[in-house]
Design a protein around this ligand. Structure first.
Ligand code: COA
Length: 155
């Protein structure tokens, strides 16, 4: 395995990112949805590359929560994926660490995400990285419930 580094995603990366999405998800995001999410969250869209080849990605967004007079920012991990042959080598952790750091820099002290009820592998990885189960979102994926998991970030 060569050196793996992280960099900001650019629009030209989206077709390759979509190929990984199709490889790892039963119901992948569409290319158009990726474009929309990219333009809304360019500075929170990160790719992992090995020898300039994209092997994983994550994208997050900052959401404003809480009372109007006391708003709080929450970092929402919208998507994270690593090419199958690269899974279990720490790439997902690198991506998660980086997006969490960016959430903190933007003033958020909490990160959260949704995960399929059946995706025990990802749930385990998130638990090991400090995410706690919050609640079940019924039928979140249309064909399955989703678990909401969240983590307090250290500012
Ligand atoms: C979930 C996902 C993003 C995690 O990425 P990943 O690169 O496989 O994750 P990591 O390698 O960082 O961590 C996985 C495990 O491998 C271990 N690991 C890390 N580096 C390792 C290495 N060099 N050698 C062997 N194992 C290693 C980690 O310790 C971790 O185990 P742990 O949770 O018991 O501590 C990835 O598996 C994936 O793309 N899955 C399909 C899409 C998906 O389900 N996405 C999440 C939707 S909510």
């Amino acid at each position: 395995m060569g050196t793996i580094r992280l960099r900001d995603a650019c629009e030209e990366d989206l077709p390759l990112i979509h190929l990984i999405e199709e490889e790892v998800y039963p119901v992948p995001w569409t290319p158009n949805f990726f474009r929309i999410i990219y333009h809304m969250n360019e500075d929170l869209f990160i790719v992992a590359v090995e020898d300039e080849r994209i092997i994983g990605y994550t994208v997050g967004e900052i959401e404003i929560m809480g009372r109007k007079d006391a708003p709080r920012k929450a970092g929402h991990v919208l998507n994270i994926a690593v090419r199958s042959e690269y899974q279990g080598r720490g790439v997902g952790t690198m991506l998660l660490d980086e997006v969490e750091m960016r959430f903190m820099r933007k003033g958020s002290n909490i990160a959260y995400l949704e995960v399929r009820e059946s995706n025990e592998n990802a749930q385990k990885i998130y638990s090991h990285r400090g995410y706690l189960y919050v609640r079940t979102a019924e039928n979140y994926y249309g064909d399955e419930d989703g678990y909401i998991m969240s983590k307090k970030l250290d500012n």
